[in-house]
Design a protein around this ligand. Structure first.
Ligand SMILES: Nc1ncnc2c1ncn2[C@@H]1O[C@H](COP(=O)(O)OP(=O)(O)OP(=O)(O)O)[C@@H](O)[C@H]1O
Ligand SMILES: [Mg+2]
Length: 362
């Protein structure tokens, strides 16, 4: 059906529609450009089009609250478009001190290796505690975590006492991310709303954001055999899959993303990743992307790197990106109908966190 094409803008220098093929989001997509080139704005355009023309559930990992207003259309937008968009089920999950539905993870239902990552437990370096932790996991004794930790601190087993001390030292029990009685984000995603925005930037500790992302990714991965499609959108993807990340939790998140990049496609776990420079995303992820969006990018090193990863794109075409202005994008790969330079259209919905302007004296 011709109408099902995603209308993302106009072909540069013309008034001809530029379109993406929605059915080709069954691959991973890499979107990059330097800061301010318009990536987040452009992602918003693509997400609006997917919401309008597909039933593909979107799970949006949003570190800067840029998509928290994805359900709100701007004044002046065509009434039919506004009505369509407002009929979509868009959930915005945010840390509980912010307006929105609460954004939570549930420790008890996380995978054992992910719980160990939250506690920064290494199976070799911390072998005594890790082993005690494994046996606790086996008994499933995790329902009331606070009571459990109190019990462990009185244990005669040094491994168990170590876990209690570790938990206290890391302050893990005080994290806002834990669900208490609320449904965790993974349960809401499981209901398959049209879009779920995860505003992960509002937590007090970076570890809470990583924990939340890990819990969601683990859940999607463990349900992969259901083969129900989902598009996982990750803006500022370097936060979760940079090759330079260190720390047990960040590495656990990255490894899961590498696994989804390598094996998720056939299960319907597709990703749309955005970042400023190709080197900021692990090669195991970027090398699995078939669709490419490039916005303004002046660094020759970055353009060379893109050319080497995306061998199907002619270098001369990539070089155009150094001259782009804000909102121009080279869209290439299976998802692009025209494989050319596009001027992205205006957004239908509000941006969450538009750039701050320099205050001018009047
Ligand atoms: N096509 C466009 N039309 C109108 N305004 C735009 C367009 N693209 C971007 N902008 C505006 O420019 C500013 C920067 O855009 P955006 O936040 O999308 O950049 P970015 O590439 O995501 O940058 P960063 O890497 O720093 O996150 C925003 O305030 C946005 O409103
Ligand atoms: Mg951005």
């Amino acid at each position: 059906m011709a109408d099902a094409l995603l209308h993302v803008g106009e072909l540069d220098g013309t008034d001809q529609r530029a379109t993406l093929r929605p059915e080709r989001f069954n691959r991973h997509t890499f979107w990059c450009g330097q800061s301010g080139s318009g990536k987040t704005y452009a992602l918003g355009v693509v997400l609006e089009e997917l919401l309008l023309r597909t039933e593909l559930p979107l799970v949006i990992i949003d570190p800067n609250a840029d998509f928290v207003r994805l359900g709100e259309t701007r004044d002046g937008v065509d009434a039919n478009v506004a009505a369509e968009l407002s009929s979509r089920d868009i959930r915005v999950l945010r840390p509980s001190h912010l307006r929105g539905d609460p954004l939570h993870a549930r420790f008890a239902t996380m995978l054992p290796q992910s719980k160990a990552a939250v506690l920064r437990l290494d199976p070799i370096i911390d072998r005594i505690e890790y082993n005690a932790f494994l046996h606790l996991s086996e008994t499933g004794a995790t329902a009331d975590t606070r009571a459990l930790v109190a019990e462990l601190s009185d244990s005669i087993d040094p491994g168990q006492r170590g876990i209690a001390q570790r938990t206290e030292n890391l302050g893990v029990l005080d994290w806002q991310v834990w669900s208490g009685g609320n449904p965790p984000a993974s349960e809401i995603i499981e209901q398959r709303p049209d879009a779920t925005v995860l505003d992960i930037g509002g937590f007090a500790h970076a570890e809470e954001s990583l924990t939340l992302v890990l819990s969601v990714l683990d859940d999607l991965w463990s349900r992969r055999e259901e083969r129900r499609p989902v598009l996982l959108v990750i803006d500022e993807a370097h936060n979760v899959c940079s090759p330079d990340l260190t720390g047990t939790l960040a590495v656990a998140v990255r490894e899961r993303i590498i696994q989804i990049a390598a094996e998720g496609r056939k299960y319907g776990l597709w990703m749309l990743l955005s970042t400023q420079r190709p080197s900021k995303v692990h090669p195991g992820v970027i090398s699995q992307c078939d669709n490419l969006g490039v916005m303004k990018m002046t660094s020759p090193t970055d353009l060379d790197e893109l050319a080497s990863v995306f061998g199907f794109v002619p270098r001369e075409q990539l070089a155009l990106a150094s001259q782009f202005t804000q909102g121009q994008a080279l869209l290439v790969g299976g998802f692009s109908s025209e494989n050319g330079v596009v001027r992205m259209r205006q957004r239908f919905t509000h941006e969450g966190g538009a750039d701050v302007r320099v205050p001018i004296r009047t």
